[in-house]
Design a protein around this ligand. Sequence first.
Ligand SMILES: [Zn+2]
Length: 204
Amino acid sequence: MDADILQIVLRERFGSLALDFVNTVVVTRSGPVDAFSGAGDVEAWMERAGTPAWSDLQPRGVSERRVLHTEALQLRVSIDTLLGDTAAGRTVEGPTLHALNRVLGWTRSSSRVVAGARGPHTLEPTYEGLHPAASLAPIVEDAIRLVSSVDRSRLRRCRAEGCLRWFVDTSKGGRRTWCSMATCGNRAKAARYRARHEGDIDAA
Ligand SMILES: [Zn+2]
């Protein structure tokens, strides 16, 4: 994958690691592009997106890296289902619940006290990896934090054709339509402009 796609997918962050993770397919002018098309791509994203405990949990060696790639693609589908069910006011069905719990089982987590910038002492989660794809567990935790706290009427899928990205509309009016102005918003604007312009020609 070229570095540009990683730059495009990370140009706009969605306020939650789980949303950033699920939004790694972007519709560009030349069609949808997957930032996770190869094993190295997932690792580059995990590193750049600032996944918690990545340096401790990252896979070692070729076969572990392949496992992370396969599991990341599956988890992306599970989180998409979780978001869809949440937005529709439903709880997820057994297989999705099982898939999410399976990933959570790949780490043993505890916490430690650190002297932090945000106060004299804070609790920081620590993870011990038990599986090559253990680094995905913090993303599941973030997804559950999101769906248990979000106003579901503000959790939306992008309205652009072919775009599957999710966002939480935090705008005052609550009328946000696109995942990103830089991609889908601009394409929609250009399409509207073209439609208007073609109308002018027809009318002439
Ligand atoms: Zn979009």
